[in-house]
Design a protein around this ligand. Structure first.
Ligand code: ZN
Length: 254
C-alpha cells in the first residue's frame, strides 16, 4: 500500500498542483487536514481534494472556515482569512468541510497506522518538541506510525524504549526538486509530518508532501520538496485583498 500524504494545503492551488504532478505512483491519498484557510483558492482546492478521494481528517482551519468553531483562538490575520474563506466558499464545500471527521482516524485495512491533524491526544495540539511527542507516545497506545500535520514542518519523531528522537529530512538531489527516503525500523514508533503543501514554515518555500510505502513490515517514508508557481499564488492572495503578509510569507517559507 502506497499512501500519498498531503497536509495543510491551505487553499494554495498552485502548490497542490505541483505536488500532484511530482508525486510518484500511489494507491490512496491521505489528507491530514487544513484544506482551506490563509490562501486564495478555497473552492478550486476543495474541488481537487474531493476528486482525489481517500482518507481525510479535519484541521482547525477547516473547522473555523466552515463555521464549526469560533475565531477566538486565531490571530488577526488568520481570522481575517477564515472570514474571507467562509464568505467565498460554495455552500456545498462548506457542508463538506463541516462533515470531515475528527482525528485520530484508524482504518482496518491499514493496521498500526493512525492519522491526526494535531496530535493523537488533541486535534489542535502542536507537536513541536520531543517532550510533547513523548507524551503523545506515552499516553496513546494505538498507532505505531502516526501521521500528523498542523505544525507545517516536515519531519517528525521516532520513539524507542522511552526515548524520543526528532528527525528532519536531509534531502538528496541537487536540483530544485528533492527527496529523502527514510526506512522505518521494527520495534520503533513514529510521529511523521509530511510537511505543508500550501504554507511551509521551515524556511523552505517549496511545497512539501510525502509518500508512505508499507510492505508488510514497518515500511518507509519518502519526503519531497517541489517548487511551484509561488508568484501566482501570491497574486491571488493580493487580488483577493487578503492580508499582504499571507503573500510575502509564501516566498519565505515561514
Ligand atoms: Zn495548518
Amino acid at each position: 500500500m502506497r499512501l500519498l500524504l498531503l497536509s495543510d494545503i491551505h487553499a494554495n492551488l498552485e502548490a497542490l498542483e505541483a505536488c500532484l504532478e511530482a508525486a510518484p505512483q500511489y494507491d490512496r491519498v491521505v489528507n491530514l487536514g487544513d484544506v482551506v484557510g490563509y490562501n486564495a483558492s478555497p473552492n478550486e482546492v476543495c474541488d481537487r481534494v474531493r476528486a482525489l478521494g481517500g482518507t481525510i481528517v479535519r484541521g482547525n482551519h477547516d473547522r473555523a472556515c466552515s463555521g464549526l468553531s469560533t475565531l477566538s483562538e486565531f490571530n488577526l490575520v488568520a481570522a481575517m482569512s477564515a472570514r474571507w474563506t467562509q464568505n467565498t466558499l460554495e455552500p456545498d464545500h462548506l457542508e463538506w468541510l463541516r462533515n470531515l471527521p475528527q482525528g485520530p482516524l484508524r482504518q482496518d485495512e491499514l493496521p498500526g497506522l493512525e492519522f491526526v491533524h494535531g496530535s493523537p491526544r488533541d486535534e489542535d495540539e502542536y507537536v513541536l518538541s520531543a517532550p510533547t511527542a513523548t507524551l503523545d507516545f506515552h499516553l496513546t497506545g494505538h498507532g505505531d506510525i502516526i501521521f500528523f500535520g498542523h505544525t507545517h514542518l516536515q519531519g517528525g519523531f521516532s520513539y524507542k524504549e522511552g526515548k524520543t528522537s526528532p528527525f528532519v529530512p536531509t534531502y538528496e538531489g541537487g536540483g530544485p526538486f528533492v527527496q529523502w527516503k527514510m526506512t522505518l525500523a521494527a520495534g520503533e514508533r513514529y510521529l511523521i509530518n509530511p510537511g505543508s503543501v500550501g504554507q511551509p514554515r521551515d524556511n523552505d518555500w517549496r511545497a512539501a508532501f510525502a509518500l508512505y510505502e508499507g510492505n508488510g513490515g514497518p515500511g518507509d517514508v519518502t519526503f519531497f520538496r517541489v517548487p511551484y508557481d509561488v508568484q501566482q499564488a501570491q497574486a491571488r492572495v493580493l487580488a483577493a485583498n487578503l492580508p499582504e503578509r499571507l503573500a510575502t510569507r509564501l516566498a519565505l517559507g515561514r
